[in-house]
Design a protein around this ligand. Structure first.
Ligand code: COA
Length: 185
């Protein structure tokens, strides 16, 4: 049996919450390292997971690998272009989050999750899938390129505060996140 054949992709359930939280932690930590001015590795509340599953517009899929258990997660939504004389009306699927557990990567789980998401979006009338990756996430960039994704736009930013202030602001955010995590353990 191939590695891909041992993977089952299914809709997420409420009881997947703790395993999903461990997966979220991996991507939250990665984003906090890549973009500390935007993200800090705080603890996600169980209510967020519940709300996500109750949100009828969201697709939440998990990948189960045997015998490892829950090893991947994808969250996506459908969006229509806002009505505007200057925009082409189009329906798209937006992939909001994708993560495969570090120990389960390069076995086809990410591809399976993206294939299922594409099938879901196509069935809902979407003509393409779009997503954002943060600068420096070279692994994800290589993965998406392999799956046929091409750059669509670039977001530029320039800091308006001196570097020391920016570092302090990021450190303050990290301290707050650590305190919250200690509190919720
Ligand atoms: C990006 C990620 C989801 C890929 O998942 P994965 O299960 O390892 O990917 P797959 O095994 O399905 O790989 C699919 C293809 O991409 C390639 N690929 C995957 N990761 C790669 C990497 N880091 N560098 C180069 N190629 C890569 C694989 O070789 C494979 O190619 P092939 O099918 O032609 O052999 C995973 O690395 C991850 O969770 N990263 C951290 C979170 C993240 O960055 N999420 C995406 C941004 S929101």
């Amino acid at each position: 049996m191939t590695a891909a054949a041992k993977i089952r992709v299914r809709r997420a359930r409420l009881e997947d919450g703790p395993a999903a939280a461990a997966l979220w932690r991996e991507i939250d930590d990665l984003h906090a390292a890549l973009a500390p001015g935007y993200f800090c590795a705080g603890a996600r509340a169980e209510s967020e997971w519940r709300a996500l599953l109750e949100d009828g517009t969201a697709l939440v899929l998990v990948a189960e690998a045997r015998p490892a258990g829950l090893a991947g997660l994808v969250v996506a939504r459908i969006y229509d272009t806002p009505e505007s004389p200057t925009m082409v009306p189009r329906r798209r699927g937006h992939v909001e989050s994708l993560v495969v557990a570090a120990g389960q990567r390069r076995r086809g789980l990410g591809r399976r999750l993206m294939d299922e998401t594409a099938a879901w979006a196509r069935a809902a009338g979407a003509v393409e899938l779009v997503l954002t990756i943060w600068a420096g996430n070279d692994g994800a960039e290589a993965f998406y390129a392999r799956l046929g994704y091409r750059p669509l736009s670039r977001v530029l930013a320039r800091s308006l505060v001196p570097p020391a202030d920016a570092d302090q602001a990021a450190a303050g955010g990290r301290r707050a996140a650590r305190a919250e995590r200690a509190h919720t353990r």
